[in-house]
Design a binder for this molecule. Structure first.
Ligand code: C2O
Ligand code: CU
Ligand code: CU
Length: 473
């Protein structure tokens, strides 16, 4: 593999992963579906109140097999939330699983008590109410488990779902609307012959955890589905909900996709790309125009594994994500405006300081600035509402790290070695650090004081213990 140490090498899962190969799955044999929407239990003038139970369930994922999963309200992925900027969302989460959980709304501008901080666990049998104040602009957020040292396992077992925010501005644009506005939660999984998910248990004698690579790609919980589409534009909200896999997506037709949004919402202007890198926890909203294809044509959403985002799974098993089958004509009144949004101007000249965050492996441990996670330690104290530049450096070794601070959204300023992709210039909450790269991001700490984590979103890295904490003071 080019570019140094492959991601799939030095890890305790390797022994397991090489013993286990998922049962063969025929691509494009299963029909596409979207996760069900969740309906509020109660609606007031200003808030929507939801009840969710985290509980075990049996999922039919592979043909003829049942897979035990952990779910929000019985489905994997969890149900999709639809919220509106300015409205408060209250979610009462009850833990009916046998393990501790914590629910994090990834990308939310939220008070610390409702952040799903990894130390704020919900013990089995207990409940917790999370309040989301509706401060985010229209965007594709996602919710997932965040319990300390168990996040990887909990998410892998099924605890993740999408949370869509809309707002007046976005709704005024002529973009494709439901049912042509479609969530795509992309996750890889490894299955035992009996259908169970394979995930290594924590082994304290071998603390170096690399994350797990599956050999079956699921979209919304369905292995490599086919989707019947009409000859028109679709808006796809792509989320990488995988543990360790980075996707490099393209269309088999070679045609460009139009990126209209990233983690934090709409881009300033649409960006055409034939190849899109989607690292763990990143979201990109992409418009694909199927009107350019004749009826009967199929287009595959492909993944190009390998390179510096590689692993040891047979590339042939993970190079197809899903297939679009063009089956009907359509009248399409949607369009993509040349201007999508006005992004906050974050002027580097106004930044009050620059901080350095270095992500690396040190003495067999994943560390940030040389240190593993420690709940009592605070590594940075940005002032309330101040503007800072954070410089994220990948300390090397051939690893890649998608870095995610809670609470704040940022804009990327630059990256060493290679330019930023045009689609990375919107509002982000995850930055992908390739081998040896340094990327600078500018962010304003607004709205809430308190302690929030920053971590690598390779969940094997995060759990073992590539996570630190900052406090907005
Ligand atoms: Cu997606 Cu700390 O999380
Ligand atoms: Cu987050
Ligand atoms: Cu990492």
């Amino acid at each position: 593999m080019a570019g140094g140490l492959p991601l799939g090498r030095v890890f305790t899962t390797r022994a397991r992963a090489q013993d286990v190969q998922s049962p063969p799955v025929t691509p494009f044999a299963a029909g596409f579906r979207v996760p069900p929407p969740i309906l509020p239990t109660e609606t007031t003038a200003t808030a929507d109140i939801y009840d969710v139970t985290m509980r075990p369930a049996l999922a039919q994922i592979l043909p003829g097999l049942s897979t035990p999963v952990w779910t929000y309200n019985g489905t994997m992925p969890g149900p999709t939330f639809h919220s509106r900027r300015g409205r408060t969302v209250i979610v009462r989460q009850r833990n009916a699983l046998a393990v501790p959980t914590a629910v994090h709304l990834h990308g939310a501008n939220v008070a610390r008590e409702s952040d799903g901080h990894p130390e704020d666990v919900i013990p089995p049998g207990a409940a917790r109410t999370y309040t989301y104040p509706g401060l985010n602009a229209a965007s594709t957020l996602w919710y997932h488990d965040h319990a300390i040292h168990r996040t990887g396992t909990n998410v892998y077992m099924g605890l993740a779902g999408m949370f869509i925010v809309s707002d007046d501005h976005e709704q005024s644009l002529p973009l494709p609307r439901p049912p042509f506005d479609v969530p795509l939660i992309i996750q890889d999984r490894l299955f035992a012959p009996d259908g169970q998910l394979v995930h290594p248990v924590h082994d304290p004698t071998r603390p170096l955890r690399q994350g797990i690579f599956g050999d079956v790609i699921l979209v919304n919980g369905v292995p490599m589905p086919f989707m019947r589409v009409a000859r028109r534009r679709y808006r796809f909200r792509m989320l990488n909900g995988s543990d360790a896999r980075v996707y490099r997506l393209s269309l088999s037709s070679g045609d460009p996709m139009t990126v209209i949004g990233s983690d934090g919402g709409l881009l300033a202007a649409p960006v055409q790309t034939t190849s899109l890198v989607l690292a763990m926890a990143e979201r990109y909203e992409v418009v694909i125009d199927f009107s350019r294809y004749p009826l009967g044509r199929s287009v595959v959403l492909r993944n190009s594994p390998g390179g510096d985002v590689g692993d040891e799974v047979d590339p042939a098993r993970v190079s197809q994500v899903m297939r679009f089958d063009v089956v009907e004509d359509a009248v399409d009144t949607s369009s993509i405006p040349a201007q999508l949004a006005t992004l906050p101007s974050l002027d580097p000249a106004q930044a009050v300081r620059t901080r350095d965050w270095r992500f690396e492996r040190n003495g067999g441990q994943w560390v940030i600035n040389g240190k593993p996670w420690e709940a009592a330690r605070i590594d940075a104290r940005p002032a309330f509402q101040s503007l800072e530049i954070w410089r994220f450096t990948n300390g090397g070794g051939g690893w890649v790290h998608p870095i995610h601070p809670h609470l704040v959204e940022f804009r990327l300023l630059d990256r060493t070695g290679r330019p930023l992709n045009a689609y990375e210039r919107g509002m982000k909450d995850v930055v992908f650090l390739g081998p040896n790269e340094t990327t600078r991001a500018i962010m304003r700490f607004g709205d809430f004081r308190g302690r929030y984590p920053i971590h690598c979103h390779n969940l094997g890295h995060e759990d073992n213990d590539m996570m630190a904490q900052f406090e907005v003071v």
